[in-house]
Design a binder for this molecule. Sequence first.
Ligand code: NAP
Length: 329
Amino acid sequence: MKVAVVGATGLVGNVMLEVLAERNFPVTELIPVASEKSVGKTITFKGKDYKVVGMTQAISLKPDVALFSAGGDTSKEWAPKFAQVGTVVVDNSSAWRMDPTKKLVIPEINADVLTPEDKIIANPNCSTIQMLVALSPLRKYGIKRIVVSTYQSITGTGVKAVNQLENEYKGIQGEMAYHYPIHRNAIPHCDVFEENGYTKEEMKLVRETKKIFGDDSIRVTATAVRIPVVGGHSESINVEFEQEYDLSEVRKLLSQAPGVVLQDNTDTNTYPMPIYAHGKDEVFVGRVRRDESQPKTLNLWVVADNLRKGAATNTIQIAETLIKKGILK
Ligand SMILES: NC(=O)c1ccc[n+]([C@@H]2O[C@H](COP(=O)([O-])OP(=O)(O)OC[C@H]3O[C@@H](n4cnc5c(N)ncnc54)[C@H](OP(=O)(O)O)[C@@H]3O)[C@@H](O)[C@H]2O)c1
């Protein structure tokens, strides 16, 4: 299969190449794509060198599938052009997620929505993916309301943010990805502010949850915070159900759920942390406990590598689902 990785020189693109190799995705021809400034650079995939090409050349090669992680504006402009030559695009940016004509997919949850007519498919936001993978097994209780606070890794902001943190460690003045220093700091500001005072990242958690679960009645409120962590995103989730739940059943459901690892034992100080989630594909859940201030309500701590399940792995799982369904050949 001819596979274009658009944004191959970026953080997500790099992990995408790793995950394609690890999962033995059936790549017969790799087309690494980036901006004009990277054209001609060498990318190594499975021990073989490839030259980075620009968008126009990539389209002329008519890839079967293009895995996009090159920002929203790039995707808005170029994804339809790839689709026009018959390429199926799986896009990591926020460009298409809330478009009612595009599917927003987490394979563990709603792989069934994919059809041969889908030419541009959206990968959800990293914070949304890990939250919903953890909450999906508990949907039998009826999810009424979610209150989530995120503790997000700087890798969620791309190469520029990683450089900022490294420069600050070393005391070097350099290009800033954030308005403020990130080293020894917590910045309650991920993505841009919207008119309602929430950030776009916070509103993605609200809007994408309703779309993926197919339930507009679920109430969600979020606070997203950037912290100087490299391994992955963490989330404190408070979820109120329609029905009463049994805590031991909750643990059982979580431990049996696809893509979830339950790490929850206060006797042994066992709980998820980004340093251990780094490089892994699963969503780790711990600190599972009853909210004693309110009935039918549960607290959870959820951690995942935002570059893996939050981006590259989920994208490649979508492509694998298309192969399984015979949509991609
Ligand atoms: N980081 C995460 O946790 C995460 C999670 C989910 C989704 N995403 C999304 O994935 C995308 C990339 O994120 P990232 O963290 O990998 O960013 P990044 O490290 O800054 O990489 C951006 C990539 O996009 C390429 N690019 C930029 N403008 C382009 C253009 N006009 N044409 C072709 N390629 C272009 C860059 O190429 P050059 O090197 O040539 O500039 C680079 O390969 C963003 O849309 C982001 O929202 C990120």
